[in-house]
Ligand binder design. Sequence first.
Ligand SMILES: C[S@@+](CC[C@H](N)C(=O)[O-])C[C@H]1O[C@@H](n2cnc3c(N)ncnc32)[C@H](O)[C@@H]1O
Length: 210
Amino acid sequence: MADAVRDSYDARAREYTLLNLGDLDRVPLDREWLGAFARLASPAAGPVADLGCGPGHVVGHLAELGVKAIGYDVSPAMIDEARRAFPASTFRIGDLTGLDLADSSLAGIVARYSLIHLAPPRLTDVFGEWLRVLAPRAPVLVSFFAASCPARHGLPFDHAVTTAHELFPETLVGEMRGVGFDGFEVSTRKPLDGERPLDHATILARRGGS
Ligand SMILES: C[S@@+](CC[C@H](N)C(=O)[O-])C[C@H]1O[C@@H](n2cnc3c(N)ncnc32)[C@H](O)[C@@H]1O
């Protein structure tokens, strides 16, 4: 699955970048969530990671907020785009399902529209891996296309690059709570003009522990 996702994004990295690099300018709500995330991330705990960073605009935005962020993506071509767009920031090829990072070494995780490409039954294990690498009380911020009811959780939708799935926010909250996250805040928004006809959801949570 990761190979197919990597190859698909490699083939369309330039196109994706041209379309999405200015994404945060169009969606003030996403900037607000990133601001809330940044306020919770303790610099003493290490860098934050943007998992599935694409062209790197979230890493660039976090840098503007004074947060040291490292972008990881499975697509080397996407990492090239990110390095070109944000040469002062750090980007690495990496798979969000298994991170080559020490326990408790991250001050936070952002994953914006990257979990949608995983087979949904894998998500609990992924959240467990994220719990491992996060410092206690570190924030996690996840955005995705929202399923409108539990029965639609995991249904594929028509995505321009590769297979992607609707995810039901409360199902994800339950899986995250089950592995040890707490402090959940969940929001959804309607699609903007020109966006696909699915709601967008964001979950902000904290790693449990002290
Ligand atoms: C829809 S794009 C989102 C990019 C960026 N986060 C944004 O907000 O525009 C999904 C990104 O996640 C990456 N991705 C998908 N599965 C991944 C995985 N298992 N590990 C790392 N990156 C992954 C893709 O290569 C792609 O760059």
